[in-house]
Design a binder for this molecule. Structure first.
Ligand SMILES: C[S@@+](CC[C@H](N)C(=O)[O-])C[C@H]1O[C@@H](n2cnc3c(N)ncnc32)[C@H](O)[C@@H]1O
Length: 262
């Protein structure tokens, strides 16, 4: 599907503004509560820690992780995403308009009081090595950088309904060109970078099954696609989903790369 789906083609400009941010707020799930508990355990997060969530979007990690620390600093360069996060009214989440380069500035403010830096489904938008280095520099001793991916993207999944939407998208826009760095090779590269920074690396994988309906699938696709292209494909996608029948379930695999400072 070529460049129809954001994140598929290296070098594409990101556009997470306006309607996209609204669709994120509605159609991107939070990390499930039990996975947030596991992540806090693996990161050895303390109740008095500050957690920095880089590329926080509308709070898919920031809000659930705020239950496990004193405060979360959600960092994102897109004002509309931060507006969506603020609208959630999470009382231990502070929003900061900045990008990965802002980690160094945060270091000057927060010193080494950061128990964890989390990056969920966002590292592929950044200079990965530089960002991991800056994140590691923020950590208190024993703190951890946690990179989460939830892949493959919905349109590359193996369920019958997912194959059906992929066929529609491929017919219109060509074959997919990437997996948003959710693949094992990307995980291995990131783990190598973390080891090179002197961090101790652990990988955890969790799964969850979510029943979905046509509204949810189209809304989720809307959060990832060019709006005009989605409008053009919308009727075909809805028809393909209807044809695959009821009982659609999305199997989501979450991979956490947890890299601890000694
Ligand atoms: C796919 S969303 C992920 C949102 C959320 N973390 C999640 O797990 O669903 C990617 C987010 O990264 C942000 N982003 C893009 N480039 C960035 C950069 N250079 N530094 C920090 N965040 C960035 C976008 O604005 C967007 O909110």
């Amino acid at each position: 599907m070529g460049d129809a789906v954001r994140g598929h083609t290296a070098g594409m400009p990101s556009d997470f503004s306006g309607a996209t941010a609204a669709l994120y707020a509605r159609y991107r799930r939070d990390l499930p509560v039990e996975q947030a508990v596991r992540l806090a355990e693996l990161a050895r997060l303390r109740p008095d820690d500050v957690l920095v969530d880089l590329g926080c979007g509308t709070g898919q990690l920031a809000v659930p992780m705020s239950e496990h620390c004193a405060a979360v600093v959600g960092v994102d360069p897109e004002p509309a995403m931060l507006a969506g996060l603020r609208a959630r009214g999470a009382d231990r989440v502070v929003c900061v308009l900045d990008d990965n380069d802002g980690l160094a500035r945060l270091g000057a403010t927060l010193g080494r009081h950061v128990g964890s830096v989390t990056i969920g489904n966002a590292l592929h938008w950044m200079d990965e090595a530089a960002t991991l280095r800056a994140a590691a520099a923020l950590l208190r001793p024993g703190g951890a950088v946690c990179v989460l991916t939830q892949g493959p993207p919905m349109w590359l999944g193996a369920a019958r309904w997912q194959l059906a939407i992929r066929q529609v998208l491929e017919r219109r826009f060509g074959p997919p060109t990437g997996t948003c760095r959710t693949d094992p090779a990307a995980l291995a590269e990131r783990a190598d970078i973390a080891r090179g920074l002197g961090l101790a690396v652990q990988v955890a994988t969790w799964t969850a099954d979510h029943p979905v309906d046509t509204d949810w699938v189209l809304g989720h696709l809307g959060s990832a696609m060019d709006p005009e292209q989605l409008t053009a494909a919308r009727d075909d996608l809805a028809a393909a989903l209807t044809a695959t029948g009821v009982g659609m379930v999305e199997h989501v695999v979450t991979t956490a790369l947890v890299s601890r400072r000694p």
